[in-house]
Each structure stands twice: as C-alpha cells, then as structure tokens.
Write a protein that binds this ligand. Structure first.
Ligand SMILES: *Cc1c(COP(=O)(O)O)cnc(C)c1O
Length: 339
C-alpha cells in the first residue's frame, strides 16, 4: 500500500503567509481544482475551512458540490452545466457563448483575456458581455483575468496589470450605469500575489502556494513555503539479490555484490512515473533500482516503509516538468492521512 501524508501545520503556514501578504484571510480563495492539486479535494477543503477561509476555486460543478458546505463562495472556472441555482456558486464566463447557457440569477464572473490568449473574452467584447449578462438577468458579481507568466522576470506581468487596471475603470462605469453594485476584481494566482507589494484587489486565487511551492527567479523574492504532501510506500517483499542478478522488467539493474532488496507498493499506476533510466533517490536516500513497475519499485534494504518524497521539486526536475504536474498525477485512490 502507498499512502499520502498531508501536513496541516505546513498548509496553515502557507495559507497564513498568503493571507499576510494579501491583507487578510478574506482576501484568499484557495484553488482546489484537480483534486486540490492531487492532495485530496475534501481533505484540503476541510482544513482550509478550519483555517478560516471562506472562498474557494474549483474547475467543475462536480467539484463544487463536494465542498459546497465548507465555503461561502466557490468560483467554478470552466463549467456551465449547472443543475441548480446556488448562492455559493459563481460561474466563470470564458466566452460570450457561455452567457446564454446559464439560468437567470446565476452569479457570474466575466473573465477577460489581458494577454494570455487562452480563455476569456476580448477587451473589445467587455461592454457587450456586461450588457448581455444584464439583459439575461445574470447576477454580475465579478470581473477577472489570469497572468501568463507571473513567475517569470519579464514585463508581461506589468503589461497585463496595466490592461486590467484600465478595464476595471470601464467595468465600473458600465456597471454604475446598469446600477450593478460591488463588482469583485481579481487577477492574481500565487506568483502574481507575491509580485504585488501593495495588493489591493478583492481576493487572490491561490493554488500552488497553498501546497508549499512557489518557484521563480531569485529576483522575485518569493517567500519560502512548506510542502504539504509527502508520499510513502509500504514494503511488499524482501529478498537477497546475488551478485550479478538483475532486477525488474528488462533487468536493467545488476547487483554489484550480494545485497538485500525490497519491493515497495508504489508505481506508475499510482502516479510515480517511470524514470527513463535516470537515477532517483527517495526522501530517505534510497536509490530506485531498475525499472518502475505499475505497482512496485525496488530499493536496497528492508525498511517497513519508505518515503518517496517530501518535497516534489527534485522529482519534477528529473522528469523535466513542474511540481504542479507531479502533484496532480497522484492517484485518487491513494489514502490521504492528515498529520
Ligand atoms: C489554476 C489557476 C489558479 C491558481 O494558480 P497557481 O499558480 O497554482 O496559484 C488561479 N487562477 C486560475 C484562473 C487558475 O486556472
């Protein structure tokens, strides 16, 4: 069996760091999409509620329903198939067509494309979007955007900010005419939040920083955070490998001398990907011997369990990817324990 430990202390530390920077817990919406970045949707939502957060962000309606009882406000990023009207749910409008898919009185947040060119309506369509939403009796609650490279030391961040700032003024003017009050404005993910010295938006949508990762060039001076998820695997069997015997599929590792090896219950079926011939040492310093199987790996020794990682950065580097990708690929069925 493999299992995941979730550190409540580290999660709270990260959330507090974000809240301090944003100017209060009410200024943070925790992003829980993709099973809370692989950590466990309900587990993280429950802890976030205990910490005192009132806002969350998810991808789908299905996710929102699971955590509805834990928050006052849930932004659904990309799902217009909603069954029932809810005061809690706020639906992101990613294109003009979305406006005709939603029932009357639905809370909507209009997403504007300020330079990422992925989702969101074009700035030129903004007035049309607001007027259409108003006509269709949707409840216009927010206008937001997303940064494409807040974690890189380039001018894109400033450019998108300037565009958004201008659009905010337009939104305020139009909404005043329509008599729609209290529009919420939000543009920041984790990295963008920490690039603001005086954060003045209604809230930030904080994902990766909650989970303890915030990578960026040193110049950006991001705070040091604490990984929340660590992954463990229990022993399946121990044997003595004789000098010259080879282990696992393809026999890619040859014992240099007689050695005790054990198999542990974790593999690519659980989200621990094949290493492509590269060397990986677990958090306890044990090298993975030979190929990763679907449900097991081999390492030297006979410990009852091993810690695959406490900080996923090294594994992400080895796979030439980002921590987000390794974290979100943790299999849903791995038991999660809160410590
Ligand atoms: C995923 C996502 C976030 C969170 O980004 P992090 O870099 O993990 O903080 C914020 N906003 C939107 C629209 C997202 O899709």
């Amino acid at each position: 069996m493999s299992y995941i430990k979730l550190s409540k202390e580290n999660l709270f530390y990260n959330l507090q760091t974000c809240a301090n920077h944003a100017g209060g817990k009410e200024k943070i919406a925790i992003v829980l999409k993709d099973n809370a970045y692989g950590h466990g949707l309900l587990q993280i939502a429950t802890l976030a509620n205990e910490f005192g957060l009132k806002k969350a962000v998810v991808q789908t309606y299905q996710e929102a329903v699971v955590v509805e009882h834990l928050f006052d406000f849930i932004l659904i990023l990309a799902d217009t198939q909603i069954d029932t009207f809810s005061h809690t749910f706020h639906i992101a409008i990613n294109c003009l067509e979305d406006l005709s898919k939603l029932p009357m009185n639905t809370n909507v947040h209009i997403k504007i494309d300020t330079g990422m060119h992925r989702n969101g309506i074009a700035p030129e369509e903004l007035e049309m979007a607001l007027l259409t939403a108003f006509e269709k009796k949707l409840n216009i609650c927010g206008v937001f955007t997303h940064h494409k490279s807040a974690d890189e030391f380039t001018s894109d961040f400033f450019y998108q900010n300037t565009v958004f700032k201008g659009l905010k003024e337009d939104v305020k003017k139009i909404c005043e005419k329509l008599d729609v009050p209290n529009i919420l404005f939000h543009s920041c993910n984790s990295a963008a939040l920490f690039r603001h010295q005086n954060f003045d938006e209604d809230f930030a949508r904080v994902g990766i920083a909650s989970y303890g990762y915030l990578d960026g060039p040193e110049l950006l001076n991001f705070p040091k955070l604490k990984p929340v998820l660590s992954l463990y695997a229990k022993k399946i069997a121990t044997r003595i490998l004789k000098k010259g015997q080879r282990i696992g599929y393809g026999g890619t590792y040859t014992a240099p001398n007689d050695m005790e090896v054990s198999t542990y219950s974790i593999g690519y079926g659980d989200g621990f990907k094949r290493l492509g011939g590269k060397e990986y040492k677990t958090a306890d310093g044990k090298q993975v011997l030979g190929r990763v199987s679907m449900d097991s790996i081999a390492v030297e020794g006979s410990a009852d369990e091993i810690c695959i990682f406490e900080d996923v950065s090294k594994l992400a580097q080895l796979h030439n990817t980002i921590s987000y990708e390794i974290l979100t690929s943790q299999n849903l069925n791995i038991p999660r324990k809160i410590v």
